[in-house]
Design a binder for this molecule. Structure first.
Ligand SMILES: CC(C)(COP(=O)(O)OP(=O)(O)OC[C@H]1O[C@@H](n2cnc3c(N)ncnc32)[C@H](O)[C@@H]1O)[C@@H](O)C(=O)NCCC(=O)NCCS
Ligand SMILES: Nc1ncnc2c1ncn2[C@@H]1O[C@H](COP(=O)(O)OP(=O)(O)OP(=O)(O)O)[C@@H](O)[C@H]1O
Length: 200
């Protein structure tokens, strides 16, 4: 089945673009969703995280304290590398299962780390959602009411705009409004329908 990886940095508009594809009837698998599934209470990965970071990384109800872990990993690249070596293979497995269950005509994999984590091997084509970094920071801060300094730390752990664009087969320009984004998605959707039909 034909698959498109939709990627972009934090706050770039992946969810917004994915929503446009969903509205056109296209199934979307979300890597951030998969990253939550693999650390649900009862999952072995959550126990390993608690062993590594200490019990204080869990909330009273036993769920992961995501805000606490966010601070630990984005302040310390070695801790982030540890977390990624644990979670990325599990996330990839979860994504792969979900993609295999997705009905056609084609499927979208929405992932902030599509290229960084090798998930691009699961797709036929890479669509990058692009905007100037200053706008990316402003939108991420407005959405999450967090500091620009925090968003910049997350961005430092992701590919640069130039590195990501260098891998793109298609680019969605998200500097303008949502109507402009939707129009670009519709154009790409028609192209993907053609490509999917031509893929055995
Ligand atoms: C550190 C965690 C617990 C913070 O959780 P929180 O709810 O605050 O953020 P959430 O998971 O919604 O991620 C928000 C955004 O942060 C960025 N981000 C998340 N993890 C990473 C990472 N390892 N490297 C770079 N950017 C990341 C992405 O742009 C993502 O969309 C969480 O991000 C996590 O478990 N990260 C490791 C797993 C991972 O790499 N996930 C990315 C999808 S493959
Ligand atoms: N074209 C646009 N015009 C104005 N606001 C936008 C546009 N696209 C997205 N936004 C807003 O910018 C913010 C970030 O967009 P979105 O949540 O889709 O990004 P994302 O790439 O999924 O982020 P993350 O990686 O953090 O999950 C949201 O509040 C969204 O509503």
């Amino acid at each position: 089945m034909f698959r498109v990886g939709l990627t972009g940095g934090i706050g770039s508009g992946k969810s917004a673009a994915a929503g446009c594809f969903r509205a056109l009837g296209i199934p979307v698998v979300d890597a951030d969703w998969a990253a939550r599934v693999v650390v649900q209470p009862g999952q072995p990965a959550l126990e390993e995280i608690a062993r590594h970071f200490g019990g204080a990384i869990l909330l009273e109800n036993g769920a992961l304290d995501r805000a606490a872990l966010r601070t630990r990993v984005f302040d310390d690249p070695a801790e982030r590398a540890w977390l990624e070596q644990l979670l990325h293979p599990l996330i990839r497995e979860e994504i792969s299962t979900a993609l295999n269950r997705s009905p056609g005509p084609y499927a979208i994999l929405e992932s902030p780390l599509l290229i960084e984590s090798g998930q691009d091997q699961l797709v036929d084509r890479i669509c990058v959602i692009d905007l100037p970094e200053s706008l990316q920071i402003a939108r991420a801060c407005a959405r999450d009411s967090c500091s620009g300094a925090h968003v910049s730390k997350v961005m430092a752990a992701q590919l640069s705009r130039e590195q990501r664009l260098a891998q793109a087969d298609d680019v969605l320009d998200n500097a303008a409004g949502l109507a402009a984004l939707q129009a670009q998605v519709e154009t790409l959707h028609n192209r993907y329908l053609q490509l999917a039909a031509a893929t055995p």
